[in-house]
Every structure is written in C-alpha cells, then in structure tokens.
Design a protein around this ligand. Structure first.
Ligand SMILES: [Zn+2]
Length: 165
C-alpha cells in the first residue's frame, strides 16, 4: 500500500497566531489542508484506488457524475483571463489547471463546513479600521484570498497555466 503525506511548514501555522481568530484559521490553513486532501480525489487522484494503483473504482453513475463536475470546473476556469500591460489577453487553461481548481473548490468548501461547525465560529475578532463591520464569514473568505494573493504580473501570466486568448 502506498501512502500520501501532507507536509505543512510551521511558518504556515504561525500565520494564525497571535490573534487566534477561527475565521482566519479555517480560511487559510484550513483551506490548505482541505485542498491537499481533495487532491486525493481530484481529476488525477480519483484515478487511483485505495492501494495506490491506477484503477477505476467508481460506479458508472459515480464516474459520470464526477466527469460532469470536472467538466463544469474546466468550463468555468476556461472563462478566466488576465490582460497584461500591453493589452495581451491570457486565458486560464481549464484542462491543465483542473486538478488544482477542483482541490481549491473542494478544500475551501470543506474548510467552510468545518468553520461553520466550530462552536467558536462567530468569536469576536480585533476590529481594525479596515475590518470594521466585517463579519466572521467575510473574514473567512478574506483570509483565504489573502493567503494566496499575489499581485498580477505579465511574467506570471506568461509562465503559469495560461495561454494566449
Ligand atoms: Zn494543489
């Protein structure tokens, strides 16, 4: 039997202290852990059985449902694009990024479900001027976005899973 493992650098965990805010915890490290677990069931991971062998293990109906879900994700991400500083439009390659996108969506959903089932999900958090009137649910999604957010750049678009439109 083969095992997969998830390695989480301690620096990622340290991002959650010093405020101990559940919304931030689930929105960033919770979504990361969910993302990595979902990789075991994304468009690549779902091809492997419990022994780590490439083997179709889903029922026909399950496979059809999975394929439909995966195609929906591919279609959605095929519509995303970025326009560089010269006006060149790059489109996300939905097929090439399907595994990551399935993991992102599934991981975020799992983290959100865990967050909402935490008895302390609505715990008050420090209200900075920028977070004034922000709800815990909004903070969850802000934490997720902030965790992976990088400024867009032409070099990034040219080198990461994007193609000319
Ligand atoms: Zn990933």
């Amino acid at each position: 039997m083969q095992y997969s493992k998830i390695i989480i650098p301690v620096a990622m965990l340290q991002m959650n202290s010093p405020n101990d805010v559940p919304a931030a915890f689930y929105g960033n490290i919770g979504a990361v852990i969910g993302h990595e677990i979902i990789h075991g069931f994304d468009t690549n991971g779902a091809q492997f059985d419990s022994d780590g062998n490439i083997n179709s293990w889903m029922s026909q109906a399950g496979q059809a449902s999975f394929d439909s879900m995966a195609q929906c994700v591919i279609n959605e991400y095929n519509e995303f694009n970025y326009t560089d500083s010269n006006g060149q439009v790059y489109k996300v390659n939905g097929v090439q990024t399907a595994g990551e996108n399935v993991a992102d969506n599934g991981g975020l959903q799992a983290a959100y479900n865990a967050f909402m089932s935490d008895p302390e999900w609505n715990k008050p958090f420090p209200q900075t001027p920028k977070l004034k009137d922000t709800t815990n649910e909004q903070l969850f999604f802000l934490a997720f976005n902030r965790f992976w957010c990088i400024p867009p750049s032409d070099a990034f678009a040219a080198s990461h899973d994007m193609r000319f439109a």
